[in-house]
Design a protein around this ligand. Sequence first.
Ligand SMILES: [Zn+2]
Ligand SMILES: [Zn+2]
Length: 83
Amino acid sequence: MLQLRPNCECCDRDLPPESLEARICTFECTFCAGCAESRFAGICPNCGGDLARRPVRPAALLVKYPASRERVVKAHAACAGSA
Ligand SMILES: [Zn+2]
Ligand SMILES: [Zn+2]
């Protein structure tokens, strides 16, 4: 099951489960659309895989299968120092 992480790993912007701005790679590295496009050109800086729009989990199912609340933030070459 997808973790649905709550923020962009690069700029730490909030990405709630219903956000259409969330982008993830196959390992669920999570970024906002702005970072994914302008900083990483659609390629995950951690693993080199492609970033795709994160599917939205229907609200009714979030009750039973809640989103992760663990914020993940890392420094990447393309965003380090800009936060
Ligand atoms: Zn971001
Ligand atoms: Zn990745």
